[in-house]
Design a protein around this ligand. Structure first.
Ligand SMILES: CC(C)(COP(=O)(O)OP(=O)(O)OC[C@H]1O[C@@H](n2cnc3c(N)ncnc32)[C@H](O)[C@@H]1OP(=O)(O)O)[C@@H](O)C(=O)NCCC(=O)NCCS
Length: 163
């Protein structure tokens, strides 16, 4: 028997919206404005199919929404991408789905001649597991901007060169 279920990773579809809304709503470390922002990007991507600023893929297990990733090309750069959001539903965590979403993004970025992926995250302790996850996916801390989000809440910038 397969230990880790293989998620189906596919481009965001209109019909995903209700399940994605519920998933985002359940992510406990996202604040209300962060949830609103993620949902705004999802709606933007659904309305604007040919842009490459916010590219969204979902991960499904047996047709159930297990996670999503939002990334995009950084304007004015040659081949740099930002990973904006990644989340896996609580019930599906620790099964390799987050890593599969990251690997699938990296494959697409490489295909589009991308060089590097950047991730910005918070230094707060509730983001410690997320930072460990990024490191496990091969991302290295490359800069810290102190007191960026708030006093004692620094911006941590991670980077992975993919070619
Ligand atoms: C971060 C997140 C996406 C990870 O997804 P996941 O599917 O549970 O992660 P995976 O199972 O693919 O784990 C990949 C690796 O990271 C490690 N990891 C994942 N979550 C971890 C945790 N909470 N603590 C320690 N390590 C963790 C795993 O052990 C695994 O290591 P391995 O490759 O050595 O086996 C998920 O926990 C999440 O949605 N968190 C809330 C939302 C969030 O903070 N998003 C990021 C900011 S936008």
């Amino acid at each position: 028997m397969r230990k880790k279920p293989l998620p189906k990773i596919e481009k965001l579809k209109k019909t995903d919206l209700p399940q994605l809304r519920a998933l985002v709503d359940n992510i406990s470390n996202f604040k209300k404005f962060e949830k609103d922002c993620a949902l705004e990007l999802i709606e933007f991507a659904l309305k604007n199919k040919n842009q490459r600023d916010y590219i969204i893929y979902t991960a499904k297990i047996n047709n159930l929404m297990a996670g999503f990733i939002i990334y995009g090309w950084i304007d004015l750069t040659k081949g740099c991408y930002d990973l904006y959001w990644i989340a896996v539903d609580n019930n599906f965590r620790g099964k390799g789905i987050g890593k599969k979403l990251i690997q699938s993004m990296e494959k697409n970025v490489k295909k589009d001649k991308g060089r590097s992926v950047f991730i910005e995250t918070s230094s707060k302790t509730n983001y410690t597991p997320t930072r460990i996850f990024y490191e496990k996916c091969g991302y290295e801390k490359t800069a810290v901007i102190k007191d960026f989000y708030d006093k004692n809440d620094h911006k941590m910038i991670y980077r992975k060169n993919i070619r």
